[in-house]
Design a protein around this ligand. Structure first.
Ligand SMILES: [Zn+2]
Length: 453
């Protein structure tokens, strides 16, 4: 046997390697997968961790989270969210540019983000920058500073210091993104006046009235616009949190044309359906809204056939006060769902009913996202030379999502009380075991991920 050098090894009979489960030992050295050996090995030089028949798969990546630090840490912060992430088997996050203060729309603001994150990352973290009407001449600076892509809103963002862009702003910004070959992430809703808005005004605690106020046509029109811009500038476009099943055909056609278009959806659109959402409960409020069962099944089909590339949480936390839990006023409540810690069990619980395999889940929640964020050669797969970011879990074990187990700042979530499959047993970040059976076991191991030029 060749001479093996490693800090330690990790054995399981179910390690996901190139879409197959293998009985193997992963060797880890300096945070990197240094080798993968078939079967269980023994070494006098280093320890072998035994994971038995638990699933070992590439660490989950969540490229859509709102961390709110600096400036709105009473909503969420780096420490709380990255702790919750590793408890949920997530090893890499990417932060959205709009819920902190300042918003990430300049290189200086981005530097403040990086400073705020220092020493507080339990998992890896990258950052999206933002495009707003008055920062287009500073976009290049922001890109050069290392953001992974640029986010835009086509409707009001909910945060006044992150105003939405117009078509003319996008036409100025997209050539810059095309030049750097980085994605424009679009919140794709274009609001228009329609009778459903007045109905919701009069019934602000009624979920169906809320749903009726943000119709699928808002999304479909915005997706159409983004496809047209993607074609015009041949610039990568990414649709965040797709909720309208009616947009899938136009996305499919754009893909068939060869346009650089990617699409994500979120656990809430896949797990819940409007028919079952109670009135007077603001925890389910997000935008675009959670739609009817029939619509949501179209999203599942699109995940199966690859039209939707991946699933990320859009974890968008707020305090119970901002969420208007007491008054249950959906109109005034912050739009956003707090869920990060439960994303793998939620998606798995719903996906297994629909015949998805664990390998498909690993692609939808890790591999495809690694590619999207520009880290396809170091993350998202268990492969020699890749970062040792690993999720070890038991897909058969059930648990009830409990408030007491939540590690993000405000212990609220529409998933509390749900019975879910899939218990996270261990999480490894950069080759260090950071979470095991409910306990956090080492200092922050996360790194800041900057775009590689
Ligand atoms: Zn979001």
């Amino acid at each position: 046997m060749k001479n093996l050098a490693a800090d330690f090894g990790l054995h399981s009979s179910k390690i996901l390697i190139e879409s197959e489960f293998c009985d193997a030992t992963i060797l880890i050295k300096d945070g990197i997968i240094s080798d993968i050996i078939s079967g269980k090995i023994a070494s006098p030089d280093f320890l072998i961790e035994e994971a038995g028949d638990l699933i070992v798969m590439p660490g989950i990546i969540d490229s859509h989270v709102h961390i709110n630090e600096p400036g709105r840490t009473e909503w969420e912060g780096f420490e709380t969210i990255t702790k919750a992430a590793i408890a949920g088997g997530i090893t890499t996050l990417v932060d959205m540019p709009l819920n902190a203060s300042p918003v990430t729309t300049s290189a200086e603001a981005f530097q403040q983000k990086l400073d705020a994150a220092m020493g507080k990352l339990y998992c890896n973290c990258g950052f999206w920058g933002g495009i707003v009407p008055d920062n287009i001449d500073k976009l290049e600076e922001l890109i050069d500073a290392g953001v992974l892509g640029i986010k835009a809103f086509l409707t009001h963002s909910g945060i006044d210091d992150f105003p939405n862009v117009t078509i003319s702003d996008l036409k100025k910004g997209m050539p810059i993104l095309a030049k750097h070959n980085i994605p424009l992430l679009a919140h794709a809703e274009i609001d228009e006046v329609h009778p459903g808005i007045a109905v919701f005004e009069k019934n602000p605690t009624n979920y169906k009235a809320y749903l009726g106020s943000r119709p699928k046509t808002w999304e479909d029109k915005a997706v159409r616009l983004m496809i047209d811009l993607c074609r015009e500038f041949n610039s990568p476009v990414h649709i965040v949190h797709l909720s309208s099943g009616d947009s899938i055909e136009q996305i499919k056609a754009a893909r068939a044309e060869g346009l650089p278009l990617t699409v994500e959806t979120c656990p809430q659109y896949l797990y819940f359906c409007a028919e079952e959402i109670p009135n007077c409960n603001t925890l389910f409020k997000c935008a675009p809204p959670i739609r009817e069962r029939e619509n949501n099944e179209k999203l599942w089909k699109a995940l199966k056939d690859g039209t939707i590339d991946f699933i990320v949480t859009d974890h968008s936390p707020a305090s119970p006060e901002l969420k208007k839990i007491e008054s249950c006023n959906l109109k005034e409540a912050w739009g956003g769902i707090a869920s990060i810690q439960f994303s793998l069990p939620v998606v798995w619980t719903a996906a297994k009913k629909r015949g998805f395999s664990i390998n498909e889940i690993a692609e939808l929640m890790s591999k495809n996202i690694a590619k999207f964020i520009g880290f396809k050669n170091s993350k998202g797969q268990i492969k020699k030379g890749f970062d040792a970011d690993l999720t070890v879990w038991d897909p058969e074990q059930k648990f009830i999502a409990a408030k007491e187990s939540i590690h993000y700042r405000h212990k609220i979530s529409p998933y509390v009380g749900e019975e879910l499959f899939g218990v996270i047993r261990q999480t490894y970040v950069n080759g260090k075991k950071v979470f095991e059976n409910g306990n956090f076991i080492s200092l922050p191991q996360g790194k800041i991920l900057l775009r590689k030029h």
